[in-house]
Design a protein around this ligand. Structure first.
Ligand code: UD1
Length: 431
């Protein structure tokens, strides 16, 4: 297994290109199952989750191709992927494939909407507490699906196709909203989705579905209305920039006292996190190339944060912010309200010398301690990158083990950091 070696203590300075959002690319790719025509996605990040999903879609009969680099194209430009689900040959998504990535469970919605049946293994993904799919199942049932759980599989069927319905989510769920949205586009009649997730990735999916011929209003608000159509066509769509990658490098620059331009980033996608960083003492400015993050000389003020659905502070930046707060001039409280048990990074940050105490859903971080490099273990996607951020600011050498988690969500991480002056390298495992 690969490891990442970091020698900390250097400020990050330079330009970091921000890729397309993983969490938008995945549902967009899945939406290609809704049509016989070709969906072309631009700015798709090069990540192992994207490759895994291509395998899963291929199993259903989707022809997927990644176009090579064109002459003159920037080295960091994302991939263009074409997906053609002309004939769906298999409506089963097997355990071996779905267990690797939770989002692949979402294929249940387009398969059911288009084929009237789907058999999809219950999902796997990051080990961040129990992550049920009861609300996704509830949404499909509201649209007339009959659902049973058989041998670890969700078996969904409709007799005469899906029909519009009223879905009220008792809790905001991104995956539930994606599922409801995709299923409703081909249902007979009107669907209202209440307490819908307002994440930018939901809006991006809706934008692409609209280009495919779907009739959707209200995406980006808590109430989405979908009028079903009988068929959808192809589309070209550019994936929006990754706000979690943006926030992660912003925290890394803040932590190391650096000055970076996050090229292609959009501040409006993570206003809450930038508001928090401004209170921490970071200078943030936006221009047409992206977002510039600077912390030159000043201290790091402790700030309390609670994770919330969009537009609140994202749970996917909680671990990275905790790393930053270990160097704050005082104590901060970080409350996680989205996922239980999303604190696995705490004991690993402690190995770098951080002082963090857990009190129920809140981490109490005592800042201002110098971190010291140590061997640490990556546990989930976002937790892993908090250890990289910690390592960049720590004295001496940090070795991050089990980095395959990082490859699921961060494209060319070491390369991007090296170009900004970090001392970081990947050490291949199998020797
Ligand atoms: C998505 C993101 C993930 C992010 C999360 C919250 C992708 C690929 N992943 O995950 O990075 O951390 O949103 O912003 O986009 N829940 C239920 N029942 C359900 C579904 C969810 O109880 O049927 C709960 C979850 O356990 C969690 C909360 O709802 O406590 C929110 O989860 P959800 O928004 O669905 O997360 P994902 O879509 O899986």
């Amino acid at each position: 297994m690969d490891r990442i070696r970091i020698v900390g203590g250097r400020p990050l300075e330079g330009v970091i290109p921000i890729g397309g959002a993983k969490n938008a690319a995945l549902p967009l790719m899945i939406a290609s199952l809704l049509t016989r025509e070709t969906v072309t996605l631009h700015n798709v990040p090069r990540l192992s989750d994207v490759r895994s999903l291509m395998r899963i879609l291929g199993n259903h009969g989707v022809d997927a191709a990644i176009s090579g680099k064109r002459l003159g194209q920037a080295e960091d430009a994302g991939d263009t992927i074409t997906l053609s689900a002309r004939d769906i040959v298999d409506t089963t998504a097997p355990y071996e494939l779905v267990s690797k990535m939770r989002a692949s469970f979402w294929v249940v919605a387009p398969l059911l909407a288009r084929m009237g049946e789907a058999r999809v293994s219950l999902p796997g993904g990051c080990a961040i507490g129990t992550r049920p799919v009861d609300l996704l199942i509830m949404a499909l049932e509201k649209l007339g699906a009959e659902i049973e759980i058989e041998g670890g599989y969700v078996v969904a069927k409709t007799k005469n196709g899906l029909r519009g319905g009223e879905i009220v989510f008792p809790k905001v769920t991104v995956g539930g909203t994606h599922t409801a949205l995709m299923a409703a586009t081909l249902a007979d009649g009107t669907t209202v989705i209440d307490n819908a997730a307002q994440e930018p990735e939901v809006t991006d999916l809706a934008d692409c579905l609209i280009k495919m011929g779907a009739r959707i209003t209200g995406a980006g608000t808590s109430r989405i209305v979908v009028e079903g159509v009988s068929r959808l066509g192809g589309a070209h769509h550019t994936v929006l920039p990754d706000r979690i990658e943006t926030g992660t490098y912003a925290m890394a620059a803040a932590m190391t006292g650096g000055d970076v331009l996050l090229q292609g980033a959009r501040a409006d996608l993570l206003q809450s996190a930038f508001d928090v960083l401004a209170r921490v003492g970071v200078e943030i400015s936006e221009n047409r190339d992206g977002v510039r993050i600077r912390r030159n000389g000043g201290g790091i003020a402790p700030v309390d944060v609670t994770t919330e659905p969009f537009p609140g502070f994202p749970t996917d930046l909680q671990a990275q912010f905790m790393a930053l707060m270990t160097r704050a001039d005082g104590t901060s409280h970080i409350r996680e309200t989205i996922f239980e048990n999303r604190f696995m990074h705490v004991q690993e940050l402690a190995r770098l010398g951080a002082r963090i105490r857990l009190d129920g859903d809140t981490a109490v971080v005592e800042g201002a301690r110098a971190l010291k490099g140590a061997p640490v273990m990556a546990t989930d996607l976002r937790a892993s990158v908090s250890l990289v951020i910690g390592g960049l600011a720590a004295e001496g050498e940090t070795m991050v083990n089990r980095v395959y988690h990082l490859d699921r969500g961060f494209e060319a991480l070491e390369k991007k950091l090296v170009r900004c002056g970090a001392e970081i390298e990947r050490i291949s495992g199998e020797r």
